[in-house]
Design a protein around this ligand. Sequence first.
Ligand code: PLP
Length: 426
Amino acid sequence: MTKYRFNTNCVQGTYRPKPGEPRVLPIVQSTTFSFDDSDYVADLFDLKVGGSFYTRIGNPTTDGFEGKMNLLEGGVGALALSSGQSASFFAIINICQAGDHVISSSNIYGGTFNLFDVSLRKLGIDFTFVDPDSSEEEILACAKPNTKALFGETIANPGMNILDFAKFASAAEKLSVPFIVDNTLATPFLCRPFEHGANIIVHSSTKYTDGHATSVGGIIIDGGNFNWDNGKFPGLTEPDPSYHGLIYTEAAGPAAYITKARVQLLRDYGCTPSPFNAFLFHLGLETLHLRMERHSENALKLAEFLSSHPCVEWVKYPSLAGDPYFELAQKYLPKGAGGILSFGIKGGAEAGKGLIKHLDLVHLVVHLGDLRTSILHPASTTHRQLSEQQQIEAGILPEMIRVSVGIEDIEDIIADFDKALSAVAG
Ligand SMILES: *Cc1c(COP(=O)(O)O)cnc(C)c1O
């Protein structure tokens, strides 16, 4: 297949209709597929031929979405799931079991933090959380003989730290474990983690992938660039008794990880996206390049406006001049730092809640990455299940307001904030 550039891949993906077939990736809302030959179906089960046989494990619409996301991130295979949470869950349990250990950045999405710190611990998987700005030596000092992965977010939600890929990739390489990156806030338009040493990427496709706040979903992309055959990952290199002795590294080569996630974890745990949602994610990606450019442009303008406003204590936006992550943003996000910014309003948490009440265009929603500008007070909403100490470790200050800057006219967005800030100050 001819190689196209990024924007062309957003628009056209991997779907290539044959004569007479729909121009747009069709929604195949069918649980199952019909055949007339048992031997052929046996070959499908044995992974000798590709194709869908039951929608829990694969579907042509979902396949179109997976193919496009895999192309955009530059991987060897992708697996769509029913939420970002299930993507992070699968990404870990595909290579970890009770008795294993993972090192994760402490500045991660609150839901991921709870998944790791509470639910996966109950399954016997241990986690050490490390400040992502620690030195490589400090990260390596967290390692144990049973460490199986290193995890971080490209742009931390909502701490706004930019991951130092070179440092994390080097630590992962020294430990011979995969480097897993949540690339939700950056999207492959702004940053392609495989080019910076990541081995596995996860996304909440609920956010910028969809872009229109219609569907919850997640996806894992396999970089195919990790050597699993180092003695630490028997689940990939030894026969799987639940799959009549299949050895994933032999059967799927560089796509061993993502093949196992599909035929073993998706088979057993479900977490399957609906074909209709996969259709919407695929549709959303058609404009990803245009949206991310405008989200980034608008967010920088709003960050500049807020940073010069007398009612604002501080602003965090990685491509704002003077931001502590400015250098890392220039290095890893040269096309822009995306649509999320945070700021602290003078008057603390109370002033923050007041500000939200005075906004008209901008609504309070528990979401981000939508076309529409939205706002949230993390300490009282998304991160309220964490203790105050955990909140501070995750970069959540009581006065912090998170804005997901949309693609409306920036003059209207700024005017709404200006009016609400004056009302709170007055
Ligand atoms: C929202 C989010 C998730 C969880 O995704 P869901 O689709 O809500 O399950 C994971 N990581 C990041 C960075 C997110 O913003």
